[in-house]
Design a protein around this ligand. Structure first.
Ligand code: NAI
Length: 339
């Protein structure tokens, strides 16, 4: 019996994400909370003939929505408009995330918390510091969802590799076989996003397309913001990505073995987090690395990925480390003062 709560359930991400969760047989109860429209979204989904019991909760009902939740997904807050960076969202979303996480600390402190709200580089530190201040922080429970970067990297890698086989039609290739060749580490904004190719010769295969590939993974979100022309950022691909991550957490809660999955975590709280920090040559407290889950919580990260980087990837990591420091400090200061 697993209760999943979605906070921000009526939004562009929240609605399709809730739909996907309603279809998952591992979810027994789905609590949808938002400051608007959650009752309507929940009523709609509740007519779908799957096992999960789906209920909506209004603005003043966050306690009921969260009580007993094993997993909480947070896609609440404002999305980007053209010309904005994720950091531009900080002013509004920092307070929203702090408020929601405070409620989690009060009503379901053991829950696994999956943070989608941007800027993830800062909202995850906000969540951790908020819980620490309440004495309710359990390392491994707080996970920043960076899966959309992995999904984009898979798509773009396959597209570039197929484009190189010029005389063949793309339908002749099984793209899914190429997806396993890439993952993404670092943070979740522009230069902090670092695609890592698992087979290094692919860098020479991509040749002049390699830089373009990296750029598209790092700034793929901008393509969507521009195309939506003021109506927001990625919602459908993000719902899929958020669901993909949540599905692994749910499987892990059900004692299934799950492959390591990248997530932005508080390194000092994880078994080999300090070792990972040493490999990053930095005291950076947060970084996304493929994480091992047990009971839906991060127990350790795959720090060996940092040993196998190509010189190009190592440079990208160095740049990410530099930029992430200020994003993290900003989040910490928002909770602890001096902001
Ligand atoms: P949206 O505006 O469509 O939906 C946000 C929802 O949050 C709205 O329904 C709103 O009523 C609700 N909300 C606002 N304050 C709330 C509060 N205090 N408690 C509960 N609900 C509240 O936005 P969209 O497109 O769904 O994006 C949501 C967030 O996800 C944004 O911050 C966006 O930047 C982020 N995002 C993250 C990605 C990632 O890869 N981690 C990718 C794409 C977007």
């Amino acid at each position: 019996m697993v209760k999943v709560a979605v906070v921000g359930a009526s939004g562009g991400i929240g609605q399709p994400l809730s739909l996907l969760l309603k279809l998952n047989p591992l979810v027994s109860e789905l609590a949808l909370y938002d400051v608007r429209l959650a009752q309507g979204v929940a009523k709609d989904l509740s007519h779908i003939s799957t096992n999960a019991v789906c209920k909506g909760f209004d603005k003043d009902q966050i306690a009921e929505a969260l009580r007993g939740a094993h997993v909480v997904l947070i896609p609440a807050g404002v999305p980007r408009k053209p010309g904005m960076t994720r950091d531009d969202l900080f002013k509004i979303n920092a307070g929203i995330v702090k408020g929601i996480v405070t409620a989690i600390g009060q009503h379901c402190p053991d829950a696994r918390i999956l943070i989608i709200s941007n800027p993830v580089n800062s909202t995850v530190p906000i969540a951790v510091e908020t819980l620490k201040a309440m004495g309710k922080f359990y390392p491994g429970n707080v996970m920043g969802v960076t899966t959309l970067d992995v999904v984009r990297a898979e798509t773009f890698l396959a597209d570039y590799l197929i484009a190189q086989k010029k005389n063949s039609l793309s339908k002749q290739f099984d793209k899914t076989k190429m997806y396993k060749d890439v993952t993404v580490i670092g943070g979740h904004s522009g230069n902090t996003i670092v695609p890592v190719l698992k087979k290094k010769p692919l860098i020479s295969t991509l040749a002049s397309s390699y830089d373009e590939f990296v750029q598209r993974v790092q700034f793929g979100g901008d393509e969507v913001v521009k195309a939506k022309d003021g109506a927001g950022s990625a919602t459908l691909s993000m719902a899929l990505a958020g669901y993909r991550f949540a599905e692994q957490v749910l499987k892990s809660i059900h004692r299934e073995n799950t492959p390591p999955i990248p997530t932005y975590v508080y390194l000092p709280g994880i078994a080999n987090g300090v070792k990972a920090q040493a490999k990053l040559s930095s005291s950076l407290e947060y970084f996304s690395l493929p994480a091992n889950l047990l009971d839906g919580r991060v127990t350790s990260v795959d720090d060996t990925i940092l040993d196998s980087l190509s010189p190009q990837e190592r440079k990208l990591v160095e740049r990410a480390v530099k930029e992430l420091g200020s994003n993290i400090d900003k989040g910490k200061k928002f909770v602890n003062g001096n902001a």
